[in-house]
Design a protein around this ligand. Structure first.
Ligand SMILES: Cc1ncc(COP(=O)(O)O)c(C=O)c1O
Length: 396
């Protein structure tokens, strides 16, 4: 006889990326797999960052804990960066450094909701969000993220779902999986709704740097009393290619941070000290380097959009931006998983089925293209064409 496991955790599906990787059958056609299943940058960390970390490794005390909320210099630098980037008012006391944005999400939701409460989230959603909501015993209430004529959710869909046990609305912009960048007025609408009902608006802005231009992503940080309703989550993982350093941030009211401090103390005590220093270096010294990577991703995005305009391609680009493309596949007799498995097993293209991002997504695939060069986009379109031709050949 052995011990039981937590049914709230047991009910959750296994991590999706691992499953998708098992679909690959290497060596079939002797060509390189186009691996577009995970939002991992194809570029390496800045060399200057590598040098700085090598130098920091010798610094006395670098192997020790920091404050639970993070080193004061990094909290202040994040606050200054957000104040400038969003043209708003963020103080160091609003910032808690975390081990990545997933931990930021986990700690924030644990601080505001308890089992039996509910959270509103647009579908398709980032699966780690709903996995965590499920583990906390929270009910997930879905609104559409994409509808006819729009690629963003509507606060009007969320309003009727709010009841006495609703604790938060969770958004992600730029969005994973769709790549959609929500207009500032839509985000403002969700904020007003949340504030009116005394619930939190949690926005995962892991991809904020990948928006189309320098205009602020929204004006919430410039809205007096923003911290009554808004919780902002960020990640250093993507634009700085620091996925393994594990640094993110929660920006919120000191009132909720006092609760989050207890959770962080139990989860990790603090984010790795040397990783925090690396993030501080990135924020203070890598602006030009970062601009170069953003321009490169913009070029890849344009190449991807051009590739999807190829005549005869029956996969439709529904939405794209940041590191993601959300694509409608043309097959009506296969599930999204079957299509994705066929692409992986027979066409050397690994992407994720829409069904991994929520109900009602059988017609879609997510392509995470940060791992592809601009020149790979034609190869991508070619392999999609190949998969259409194969189905015609078998009498689809
Ligand atoms: C929307 C979103 N949030 C959070 C994360 C995880 O970020 P981190 O590496 O900072 O934990 C990802 C990673 O893919 C993501 O897409």
């Amino acid at each position: 006889m052995t011990y039981a496991v937590n049914p709230a955790v047991n009910r959750i599906e296994a991590p999706p990326i691992m499953e998708a990787q098992s679909w690959v059958r290497p060596g079939l056609r002797n060509r390189k797999l186009l691996n577009l299943c995970q939002a991992v940058p194809s570029w390496s960390c800045a060399e200057a960052l590598d040098d700085e970390v090598a130098r920091l490794a010798h610094e006395p005390g670098i192997g020790l804990y920091t404050d639970i909320f993070g080193i004061p210099a990094l909290r202040a630098a994040i606050a200054a960066h957000f104040s400038a980037d969003y043209q708003g008012a963020v103080a160091a006391e609003n910032v808690c450094v975390t081990a990545g944005c997933n931990q930021a999400f986990a700690a924030s939701l644990m601080a505001i909701a308890s089992a039996g409460d509910n959270v509103i989230i647009p579908a398709p959603y980032f699966f780690n969000h709903t996995m965590w909501l499920g583990m906390l015993g929270l009910e997930t209430r879905l609104i559409p993220a994409v509808a006819a004529g729009r690629t963003h959710p509507d606060p009007g869909d969320a309003a009727p779902l709010i009841d006495a046990r609703t604790r938060a609305i969770v958004l992600c912009s730029p969005n994973n999986p769709t790549g959609a960048i929500y207009p500032p007025e839509v985000i403002q609408g969700f904020f007003e709704l949340a504030r009116r009902h005394g619930i939190a608006l949690v926005i995962d802005e892991t991809y904020k740097d990948f928006r189309a231009g320098p205009a602020p992503a929204h004006r919430l940080f410039a809205t007096p009393g923003w911290d009554e309703a808004f919780i902002h989550l960020y990640s250093f993982s993507k634009v700085y290619a620091m996925t393994g350093y594990r640094v993110g941030a929660i920006t919120a009211s000191p009132r909720i941070l006092a609760e989050i401090e207890k959770i962080m103390d139990c989860l990790a005590i603090c984010t790795s000290h040397i990783s925090q220093r690396a993030a501080l270096f990135a924020l203070s010294s890598l602006d030009d380097w970062k601009r170069g990577k953003l321009a490169m991703m913009q070029h890849r995005l344009e190449s991807l959009r051009k590739a999807f305009a190829r005549p005869g391609l029956r996969y439709e680009l529904v939405s794209s931006g940041a590191l993601f493309a959300y694509v409608k596949h043309p097959f009506t007799d296969e599930t999204a998983r079957q299509v994705a498995m066929r692409l992986a097993g027979e066409h050397d293209l690994l992407c994720l089925p829409g069904s991994m991002f929520g109900p009602g997504q059988e017609q879609y695939l997510r392509i995470a293209f940060a791992n592809a060069e601009a020149t790979d986009m034609e190869t991508l379109a070619g392999r999609l064409m190949e998969s259409q031709a194969q189905r015609v050949a078998v009498g689809m």
